[in-house]
Structures are given as C-alpha cells and as structure tokens.
Design a protein around this ligand. Structure first.
Ligand SMILES: [Zn+2]
Ligand SMILES: [Zn+2]
Length: 345
C-alpha cells in the first residue's frame, strides 16, 4: 500500500509499505477514505517530536471503513464506517477510568507517532472498541475528519479549560485550524466578545465569518495594547494560546484579566518565560492539556445538527498519491491560504 513516511528531520517520502495486520485481538484494520495533515505533523518533520522515529507512517486523523477486526472487538465489524480518534485508549487503565485518555498507559497519542498512522491506504488501530466512533448514517464524512483531532482539541484544551462562559470576553491567539476550531466551539457558550489575533489577514477575515467579534493583526506587535483598549484596561477572561511559540504564550500572560485563565493549546518545542513577577497577585490560572477526546461523541452531535460546520475549514483537496503536494501546500499556508487539506484515497 502507499504510505507517507517520516524519514528523519527534513526528510519525507511516499513509499510502498505492507498492509498492516491485526496484532492483538483488540485491534482493527481500517481502510482510510479521508485523512488530513496536522500542524503537529510539520513539527515531526522538523524533528521536534523525539518519540516519532524515522520510518514512521504519519497521520492521526481520518475517516475510513473497517477492513477487519480482532476477535475481542465487539462494537465494530468489517464494513462499518468509522472516525479514527487521534487518541487511542484502552478504556481500562487508571487514566482512562478518569477520562484522561490522552495519558492512557498503553495508548494516548501514539498514532502517527509511536505506531504507524493514517496517511496511508490502511491503518492498524489498537483498542478499536474505545478508539473509533461510528459514522452516523448520511453524515458528511469530510466534516467528520475534523472530529479526529482539531475540534476536540480546540474545545477541550481551549474552550473547556478556558471556562468560556456567557458574557465573557475571550481572546484566541492564533487563527490556524486549531484556533478556528476553538472559535467555532467557544460559541456554544455565548461569550460576549471573541477577539482573534493572528499575523495573516486572510485568516482574520475567515475568523470574522466564523463568528469572531473583533480581530487584530499583530504585525505591528501592538496586540496587547489594542486588547487593553478594547477591554477598558481589564484584559480578557480567557486567553487561549493556539500557536505554540513563546511570543504567543507571553501575549496571553499580558492580556489575561484578574481572575482569568490562560488556556494553552499549542505544542511548544522550546521554553516560554512565565512572568510571575507580574502575575502572582492576579488570581489567574494556567492550564495545559493534551486532548482527551472525551467530548468527541458530543461534538459529533453538534456537527450532525449543523450547530457547527467544520467542513468550512477544508481549503484544499488531494489524492493520497499527491500527498507530497498536500504537505507543500499546507506547509506554505501563508502563501496558499491553506487551513485543512483533505487527502482522499
Ligand atoms: Zn493533530
Ligand atoms: Zn488506558
């Protein structure tokens, strides 16, 4: 089968690989119909993710059809259409029993990281019963690809951890796919103001269409000043970090209001300074999280009812044998205006 393979920092290839086989009775093999590329995949390609070894098939998002299941899988059968969760969970360990699937002792974020992923014709999914979701009859499968990772990530790490509430003022730093997923799902809670901050005017225009009440292009480095003007010097109740670089985290430290929350979503590769000398007396909280995907069933219902329409995040479509072009398009998002690139079998 064809598969997209990480070959070490800066190196990637579309290769022929053997079709995966069942290894445990709890496994399923899924034929991938649609997958996509995550910002995290770009981090892996740069060499920022040491758990991902050269030779790994990347990808942790997708929708497919069950090809075969192990003897212990009871909820899924060959031919079922499924959403693949970016998080694999055994459902039995202490972390899973607490709903913290991201830290499952044998699972967590392993797909396209510690085990081969979804950017291929087939993928082996461990703990299939607790790591896959049925595609509802008649669903828009393109939209459902956004349920593998970005919607639960934006919602759980940004909106839930940021305790977005009716009437609150929130800022989302970073209007990429994850920031936009936070923007879409924050609106479940009717915040009074959603301020989006980015460096890309195209992404900010989209943010307005997707429900942002104000946008700031921080090309002049004056985002903090502008937010303070907009909020009467108070700052924001939730500062959601959706980039993963020190500057964006420090922006969040500078704009959080007394009693507010900094909710980090971004994948950070280097240290960011924590200015406790300014924050120690401001009654704030800082949260971090790897998505648990505990809200995926709920989010699936909101997509089904068109309460949110995540397929509007898809900007480009490719076939699997064009995946190198897809990476190129996604990697040059500032020039190509790419958000999510869909890759079809
Ligand atoms: Zn991802
Ligand atoms: Zn577990």
């Amino acid at each position: 089968m064809k598969a997209f393979v990480y070959r070490g920092p800066g190196k990637k290839a579309l290769e022929d690989r053997p079709k995966p086989e069942l290894r445990a009775p709890t496994d399923a093999v899924v034929k991938i119909l649609k997958t996509t590329i995550c910002g995290t995949d770009l981090h892996i390609l740069k060499g920022d993710v040491p758990t991902c070894a050269p030779g790994r098939i990347l990808g942790h998002e997708g929708v497919g059809i069950i090809d075969q299941v192990g003897a212990a899988v009871t909820s899924f059968h060959a031919g079922d259409r499924v959403i693949v969760s970016c998080i694999s969970s055994c459902g039995k360990c202490d972390y899973c029993r607490r709903g913290m699937y991201s830290h499952c002792v044998e699972g967590g974020w392993i797909l396209g990281n510690k085990i081969d992923g979804t950017q291929a014709e087939y993928v082996r999914i461990p703990f299939a019963d607790t790591s896959l979701y049925h595609v509802p009859e008649g669903a828009d499968e393109e939209a459902l690809v956004m349920l593998s990772d970005i919607l639960p990530t934006g919602f759980e790490c940004g909106v839930l951890n940021g305790k977005v509430a009716p009437g609150s003022t929130i800022a989302i730093v970073g209007a990429g796919p994850i920031g936009l997923a936070a923007l879409l799902t924050a609106q479940f809670y009717s915040p009074a103001e959603i301020i989006m901050i980015d460096l890309d005017d195209n992404r900010l225009q989209l943010s307005t269409r997707f429900g942002a009440t104000r946008t700031i292009n921080n090309h002049d480095g004056k985002a903090v000043e502008k937010i303070m003007q907009m909020t009467g010097g108070r700052g924001v109740d939730a500062a959601i970090e959706a980039v993963g670089v020190p500057a964006s985290f420090i922006t969040c430290e500078d704009i959080v209001a007394p009693g507010g929350i900094i909710a980090n979503i971004g994948v950070h590769g280097v240290k960011a300074d924590l200015h406790l000398e300014r924050l120690w007396d401001r009654n704030i909280a800082i949260t971090t999280r790897l998505v648990d995907t505990v809200t995926t069933p709920m989010l699936l219902k909101t997509v089904q009812s068109h309460r949110i329409d995540p397929q509007k995040l898809i900007t480009h479509r490719f076939k699997l044998d064009q995946i190198l072009d897809a990476y190129d398009t996604f990697g040059r998002a500032a020039n190509t205006n790419a958000l999510k690139v869909l890759i079809e079998s």
